[in-house]
Design a protein around this ligand. Structure first.
Ligand code: UT7
Length: 316
């Protein structure tokens, strides 16, 4: 039996830091409100010459170095992003050009929004398990600052830019134990990329409180479903690696899994919500600081626009 293993992780963050105090000068908000309601203190903002592709390249190089492979060894590149440089060519194809390779499949996953990395992991897992691919580079890369309405205090305080990557490969032992994907388009209006007026730049529109309540309910059920599918118990989980949207949602998920917060990867205080990049960024940080170790069981979860949500349970 073939399992999918994470062979290496990597990440990239732009240099520019935007603090809550700077946001106080831009919109009617306060550092106290943002910290108390979200847990975010600051976020990174891409420079004008940085794109989803340039950030993905940096994160991917780290992940391939950690995995001990080169770009020529890749069978597939999947980039999860809602903020690609272009709709086509895909960010994944732009990466092929940057790496000087041609002999692998390459595509973007644009539409699963914040759940893009989990959706990508589930797709990659199928290709590796059935023997159709050996090495897959999976990246979440986002320039959320390019789709934020900087006059809307209800959303502009939440998001940040960055990229996280993993290299996946085959193994005789788990690996990815199971993934679960969900979507419900009936909630299409509470979180979307829309233009306020005709011809205006599309920006994130969100009924935050509605998303919050749905996320807490959906993710709670998702944990039960994922554990049942994997024939595991809550006490088998060593780490929760959640999508970094709101510290109160994360705390409630940790409680649901009966995990102390020391066993939850947190990056949103310094990075905000980086959409599809948030899970691989958090994973890479925890791996590089030697918090997450080989052999430990991880629960990954995400939710976002669609609504689309999903989980992955894996042995690192
Ligand atoms: O990754 C994509 C998925 N997205 C999410 O996970 C987001 C989930 N939702 C959230 O994280 C939270 O709902 C928010 C952080 C977005 C908002 O927190 P909340 O506790 O749900 O606040 P609220 O929307 O119920 O608003 C409470 C009050 C309102 O004022 P009134 O109507 O009570 O007078 C807002 O206008 O807070 C006001 N408010 C703000 N005040 C200061 C909203 N944004 C701000 C702000 N600064 N930035």
């Amino acid at each position: 039996m073939i399992y999918t293993k994470i062979l290496g992780t990597g990440s990239y963050l732009p240099e520019k830091i935007l603090t809550n105090f700077e946001l106080e000068k831009m919109v009617d908000t306060t550092n106290e409100w943002i910290v108390e309601r979200t847990g975010i203190h600051e976020r990174r903002i891409a420079a004008s010459n940085e794109t989803a592709a340039t950030m993905a390249e940096q994160a991917a190089k780290q992940a391939m170095l950690a995995a001990g492979i080169s770009a020529r060894d890749l069978d597939m590149i999947i980039v999860a992003t809602t903020t690609p440089e272009k709709v086509f060519p895909s960010t994944a194809c732009l990466l092929q050009q940057r790496f000087g390779i041609a002999n692998c499949a390459a595509f973007d996953l644009n539409s699963a929004a914040c759940s893009g990395f989990i959706y990508g992991l589930s797709i990659a897992d199928q290709f590796i398990r059935n023997g159709n691919a050996k090495h897959i580079l999976l990246i979440g890369s986002e320039v959320m600052s390019s789709i934020v309405d900087w006059t809307d205090r209800t959303t502009c305080i939440l998001f940040g830019d960055g990229a996280g990557a993993v290299v996946l490969g085959p193994s005789d032992a788990p690996g990815v134990i199971c993934t679960r994907l969900h979507a419900d388009g009936n909630h299409k209006d509470i979180l979307s990329l829309s233009s306020q007026e005709k011809n205006a730049k599309p920006c994130i529109k969100m009924a935050g409180n509605s998303v919050f309540k749905l996320a807490v309910n959906m993710l709670g059920d998702l944990f039960d479903e994922t554990l049942a599918a994997a024939h595991l118990k809550k006490s088998d989980i060593h780490w929760l690696v959640p999508h970094q949207a709101n510290i109160r949602i994360i705390q409630s998920m940790a409680k649901k899994l009966e995990l102390p917060m020391e066993r939850v990867t947190i990056t949103l205080d310094k990075q905000g919500n980086t959409s599809s990049a948030s899970i691989p960024l958090a994973l890479d940080q925890a791996v590089r600081t030697r918090q997450i170790k080989r052999g430990e069981i991880l629960m990954l979860e995400a939710f976002g626009g669609g609504l689309a949500w999903g989980s992955a349970l894996l042995k690192f």
